[in-house]
Ligand binder design. Structure first.
Ligand code: FAD
Ligand code: MLT
Ligand code: ZN
Length: 484
């Protein structure tokens, strides 16, 4: 590796004294391979870490942060490293430490009467869901990366996923946090309180801050009763207008039973069919859009089925659905969801692409899609749109794939900036946000000042300066320091 300064060598010794030799990995260790922590999930960026530090508890995190602050060394918190905006990997300077939270993965407590679960930040989302279910409860956050992402990362990004239409995003599921500040102090905020009006909402400030304000070490999250029955339907819809009309009907007919409403464009589904033919995508060839709906019922399966069938009959009559299948059992339902969750992987198989994670008021989505599709077709001929997402929340993954047969690298080099500007200008025109759920990371750091309200941005900068005056917490993410 590169020559380390005395300060860096001393820091590594101190970190090893805190966490144990084996839990501080460096490039100088024999046979060391730090690439799993240095490479982002989309393989867009490969950083170089000074060290990967793996604390076992909150006290160790606090001691690590104090040592890094004294050595003026930046810290990049990392959970499952499934983030999609280059937020959880180090830059290539060799001066930043990755603080990997995955050893802190315990479920600390479940309080059934308070409907809460308290877990450490490195707990993998799927393990948290399982712990809740084993105690007879639902933890509703659900996303394609749930087998590897952590609740700390979910909180760091304020992740969304496929159940937001009913339960909200991660922020809405959180009641309390334990946080290590940029000075290495511990904030003991693990209350399970649903009401607390004692000043500024620091919990909600930390959530979605992408590791730029502090390290989330543990969280108290909300639990819900397990539904008595859950049904999934896959519907062909003739247009985006029809999909929005179906959403309105579903809200009306299912009320709080509507727990999932995803839209998938024909080209997105064709990629699943092409790269994962064993998955057998229904109805996609006959329609421009498919919708996946979920109905969670607190009574029983026949009640759920009755409600669902009457919804789909009404939708067929209105013409907003042209064909539909309702899963007969859990296995079929899981297969339908699996197709939806595979779109991201199919897109990776197809080659490099430009990812967007935007939100627009639901009512304006049809006009946004029609206008922006036409704009891109005109400005970037041959471009292919991989359009899918959480229509129930007004959140589209409006992704742009290189023309068939084009060199992906060259396409990105020549078009990424221009395509982002075209799409984000459209988002602004339609009153939307350039990030609905993935966050800003490094990828949108230069775009944020162009689209965020200037007063909001000034308040964000003041907060960053006040809480992290040394700029050691995930620098260069969300806000660029030279702008602060
Ligand atoms: P990481 O990638 O490790 O980190 C993400 C960010 O959080 C970084 O800025 C990091 O510094 C910060 N961070 C991590 N841990 C902490 C901590 N303890 N304290 C403070 N900051 C921390 N996202 C969605 O919102 N909805 C989806 O539907 C969705 N689907 C996905 C599907 C696939 C196949 C993949 C690969 C990703 C998907 N994502 C989705 C993106 C990603 O899974 C989420 O952003 C997730 O919340 C990241 O969790 P993580 O543990 O992997 O975090
Ligand atoms: C999804 O909804 O599948 C994710 O947010 C991942 C993606 O955008 O590819
Ligand atoms: Zn998503």
């Amino acid at each position: 590796m590169t020559d380390l300064t005395t300060t860096q060598t001393d820091l590594i010794s101190q970190l090893r004294a805190v966490c144990g030799h084996a839990n501080v990995l460096t490039h100088d260790d024999p046979g060391a391979d730090l690439s799993p922590w240095e490479q982002d999930w989309r393989k867009r960026v490969k950083g170089l870490a000074l060290a990967v530090v793996r604390p076992a508890n909150t006290q160790e995190v606090a001691a690590v942060v104090k040592a890094c602050a004294a050595a003026n060394t930046p810290i990049v918190p990392q959970g499952g490293n499934t983030g999609l905006v280059v937020g959880g990997v180090p830059n290539n300077s060799g001066t930043q430490i990755v603080l990997s939270m995955t050893r802190m993965n315990a479920v600390r407590a479940i309080d059934p009467a308070n409907l809460t679960i308290t877990v450490e930040a490195g707990c993998v989302l799927q393990n948290l869901q399982a712990a809740a279910e084993n105690s007879g409860f639902l933890f509703p956050l659900s996303l394609g990366a749930e087998g590897s992402c952590t609740i700390g990362g979910n909180l760091g990004t304020n992740a969304g996923g496929t159940q937001v239409v009913r339960y909200g995003n991660t922020r809405e599921l959180c009641l309390g946090l334990e946080v290590v500040t940029a000075q290495g102090d511990i904030w003991h905020g693990l209350t399970g309180l649903r009401k607390d009006n004692t000043g500024y909402d620091l919990r909600n400030l930390m959530i979605g801050s992408e590791g730029t304000l502090g390290i989330i070490c543990a969280a108290t999250m909300k639990l819900y009763p397990l539904p008595a029955a859950q049904l999934t339907a896959w519907a062909a819809v003739p247009s985006m207008e029809a999909a929005v009309q179906l959403l309105g009907l579903a809200h009306q007919r299912l009320g709080p039973g509507l727990t999932g409403f995803e839209v998938m464009g024909q080209f997105a589904l064709s990629l699943v069919e092409k790269h994962y033919p064993q998955l057998r995508v229904p109805l996609w060839q006959e329609t421009p859009w498919c919708v996946l709906l979920e109905n969670s019922d607190s009574e029983n399966e026949s009640h759920a089925r009755g409600q669902f069938e009457s919804l789909l009959e009404a939708a067929l009559e209105d013409g907003c659905v042209t064909d539909a299948v309702v899963a007969e059992n859990l296995t079929q339902a899981r297969s339908l969801w699996h197709i939806r969750e595979t779109i991201t992987l199919a897109q990776v198989q197809e080659g490099l692409n430009i990812k967007h994670d935007i939100s627009i008021p639901v009512s304006r989505i049809p006009a946004f899609v029609a206008e922006t599709d036409a704009l891109l077709a005109r400005e970037v001929p041959g471009v292919r749109l991989v359009d899918f997402g959480h229509l129930g929340d007004g959140n589209l993954h409006y992704n742009v794939q290189a023309p068939e047969g084009a060199d992906g690298q060259a396409f990105l080099r020549d078009n990424e900036e221009r395509v982002n500007t075209l799409v984000f200008d459209q988002v602004a025109k339609f009153g939307g946000s350039i990030s609905a759920e993935h966050g800003v990371g490094e990828q949108k750091v230069n775009k944020l000042p162009l689209y965020k309200d200037p007063t909001a941005l000034a308040m964000m900068r003041a907060v960053k300066k006040a809480l992290d005056p040394q700029n050691i917490m995930n620098p260069g993410r969300v806000l660029a320091w030279h702008n602060i």
